[in-house]
Design a protein around this ligand. Structure first.
Ligand code: SAH
Ligand code: SF4
Length: 377
């Protein structure tokens, strides 16, 4: 290999691609499994320490590949145990990853893109526009960084991360191939070994990609609905003009039908004061959601500067929820965690250099209270 050829970053190779890589350099399949374990379970990025590989192989690996980890520029722990990492990406932009510990689980919320092209009216990521897709190593690197921060060298990795939600910055289905490779790593027993029920992809409704997703994985699906009819959803989620609610519901049902178990979809509904949180909306939503096996997750809007929207009062939130429950739905309300470290549900970072401790940047750090939902979000 000439000096000009860039080295392959093994951090971002899916299990299948890791096998192909080792096949390419004339090595057997089990080497791929060993490498996945070194990287994702033991956190090792130095080939010379990979003692179950021969010296010759280690030298060959160092020649053609590398293990490049994300650059963490900030890490903080909230008084409620929520943790946040800010990672700088090549090019200067930053992304945030948030860990939310709860009694029975620990949820990691990760990003799939820098920015987002879909411009939902209540989302600060959308308001910033689209910068670029994250690579596989940048997506899985978020899980790596969080997992390793809980890992004491020499000890068996404790399973602190039980759930991963793709609910940070970006629309995961618009970075399909990279997100799917990262999901395969999350679920691989030689890497993070998470079960399909505990990895949740949230989408604003890219209908053809929901179908494609169902062909390659069986993770849990969350749909960002936010409105019970097309007229209102067109305003909040512009993508609805392309894929209206009826098509979205049909795609969700097709996805659920492909799953090997009887899992429900999560329907996310951000409640915005005076916009989509009236009784008439609750009534319409309760009716509409009878078409999909689902649990409904209400998210009181998290304000950000110049959003033009307000968070509803608790009374309005409870009134909305109670109607859905009366109609037989499973409903949870997502509460904010990590307020003191700016890790609240809402969104995003820009450049770290601008960061002040109480800046108005957010990411989706989420928690369910009053939860009767069995898993994930
Ligand atoms: N693009 C994907 C995943 C990222 S957004 C999607 O839209 O589903 C993850 C969730 O956070 C979405 O349900 C989104 O609607 C919600 N969200 C975005 N901005 C918010 C805000 N300001 N307050 C509360 N929830 C918000
Ligand atoms: Fe993008 Fe999701 Fe934000 Fe909409 S809510 S702009 S799809 S990140």
């Amino acid at each position: 290999m000439s000096d000009a050829t860039p080295k392959i970053n093994l951090l971002g190779l899916s299990p299948a691609k890791m096998e192909a890589f080792f096949a390419d350099i004339g090595e057997k399949k089990f080497r791929a499994q060993q490498m996945l374990k070194w990287i994702h379970q033991l956190g090792e990025s130095d080939f010379s320490k990979m003692t179950n590989m021969s010296k010759g192989l280690r030298e060959k690996l160092a020649e053609v590949s590398e293990i490049t980890l994300p650059e963490v520029v900030y890490h903080d722990v909230s008084t409620d145990g929520t943790q946040k990492w800010v990672m700088r990406m090549p090019g200067g932009s930053s992304i945030e990853t948030v860990y939310i510990p709860e009694k029975e689980r620990g949820t990691l919320c990760i990003s799939s893109q820098i920015g987002c092209s879909l411009d939902c009216s209540f989302c600060s990521t959308g308001k910033q526009g689209f910068n670029r897709d994250l690579t596989v190593s940048e997506i899985i690197g978020q899980v790596f960084v969080a997992a390793m921060s809980f890992h004491e060298p020499g000890e068996r990795r404790e399973r602190k991360i039980t759930n991963v939600v793709l609910m940070g910055m970006g629309e995961p289905l618009l970075n399909f191939d990279n997100v799917v490779d990262a999901i395969h790593l999350m679920m691989d027993d030689n890497a993070y070994g998470l079960s399909k029920r505990r990895v949740t992809l949230s989408t604003s409704g890219v209908v053809p990609m929901i179908d494609k997703l169902g062909d390659v994985t069986d993770v849990s699906l969350a749909i960002s609905l936010h409105a019970p009819n097309d007229a209102l959803r067109n305003q909040l989620v512009p993508l609805n003009k392309k894929y209206p609610i009826k098509e979205l519901i049909a795609a969700t049902n097709r996805y659920l039908a492909k799953l090997p178990d009887r899992r429900k979809a999560t329907i996310e509904y951000t409640l915005i004061d005076g916009v989509n949180d009236d009784m008439e909306h609750a009534i319409e939503l309760a009716q509409l959601m009878k078409q999909v096996p689902c649990k409904i997750n209400l998210i009181p809007f998290n304000p950000f500067p110049n959003s033009g929207y307000k968070r509803p009062s608790n009374n309005r939130v409870y009134r909305f929820r109670d109607h859905l429950i009366e109609q037989g739905h499973i409903v949870t309300i997502r509460t904010t965690r990590g307020d003191d470290i700016d890790a609240a549900c809402g969104q995003l970072v820009g450049r770290v250099e601008d960061r002040t401790r109480r800046s108005a940047r957010y990411i989706n750090a989420v928690q369910i209270d009053e939860s009767d939902a069995p898993s994930a979000i």
